[in-house]
Write a protein of this length. Structure first.
Length: 133
């Protein structure tokens, strides 16, 4: 992949916002920040266009809740074709963190995440999606 140079003209207020983003996200320069924003926009378009995306579903839950693990496993088995791997970590005596790596149509991944988050005993859940290319 070759790098192309080009000039960008921004209003002072927009440039200030870009510089704040560079600083906040620790980008090495403005070019990297602009590239990140373009890639982020591309991911959002693929998500909204129901294209194939990759991502991770993260869940935090109390493993002492009755049948919670059984319910999570049953849901994941229903979506075995989009689940690549999962990792289960013990945060403390009660709480666990589960990360589920996924790849498939965006709508199917969102549906899976929503079903998992809806299980009684889930304290927090979220999905992050990215491109496959």
């Amino acid at each position: 992949m070759s790098v192309k140079r080009f000039g960008v003209s921004l209003e002072e207020q927009m440039l200030s916002k870009l510089d704040k983003l560079v600083q906040k996200e620790n980008f090495p320069n403005r070019s990297r920040a602009i590239g990140f924003l373009i890639q982020d926009h591309d991911v959002e378009e693929k998500w909204e266009g129901d294209e194939i995306v990759a991502g991770a579903i993260v869940l935090v839950f109390d493993h002492h809740k009755r049948d919670l693990q059984k319910q999570l496993t049953a849901i994941q088995h229903d979506y075995h074709s989009v689940i690549l791997a999962s990792q289960h970590l013990h945060l403390n005596h009660n709480d666990c963190l589960e990360t589920i790596s996924v790849k498939g149509k965006a709508s199917q991944l969102v549906k899976l995440a929503n079903q998992l988050k809806a299980v009684k005993g889930i304290k927090h859940g979220d999905i992050v999606m990215s491109t496959t290319t």
